[in-house]
Write a protein of this length. Sequence first.
Length: 245
Amino acid sequence: MKAFFEGVLLSLGYFSQIHFPYQVKEVSKKHYGFLALGLPFVGLVLGGITVLLYKVLSFYVDSIYGGVVSCVVYFALYGFIHLEAMADIIDAYYAKHSGKDVYKVLKDPNVGALGAIGTFSFMILKIIAIVYLLKMALFWQIVLVMVLSRFMAVVLIYKSNLFHTDSKFIYKMKEGIDQKNLFLLSSMIIVVTFFINSWLLFLALFMTYFLQRFLQKNIGFLNGDGLGFVIEIVELFLFNVLILF
């Protein structure tokens, strides 16, 4: 139980800007496993804060303004790390077609023009989608999408064999995931999804499979940037599915 509690706290601290004044003295294999499995919980917390902030702001300001602020706060709550990953993947995609070393491009702290433009365009689309869904009061669906997008990252960590050899942190999470705990988490998410929008899970799995094939073909491997890219694209895809249907 202690490893579970500390693993979830580590997940919040690593994948979001929410930190608690609690130090984990020694990080074990179990901690890394729960750190990975805690990703959907991070989505739940961030989604809950986003929706709650929007509902509070709606009492004082126009709903569109409140939606935009809530969306930007959501970005800030996860430290923009997944958006940074998207910029790196876009740069790497074009670098691959130019014959450059993809891994060096991903590790370069600078962002290229194409990566910046692509990420900015993505942010606009995502902000519009979230604001629209907030105005439609699809609060449970919004939170579910934020949970499912991160659950897809867990699925990739556990199932994929495409991770770069230097992705040591991901390998530690992969080795630490216990099948029983993953089964329990998966069962909980399936049950919750069934009561909100059961088809969102199937669409998320489909898009994740497609994105994995895309990254394999165009990047050649997966790493932390690839996982962040998957989280962002799955979210935007599911948000737009909710808008269209």
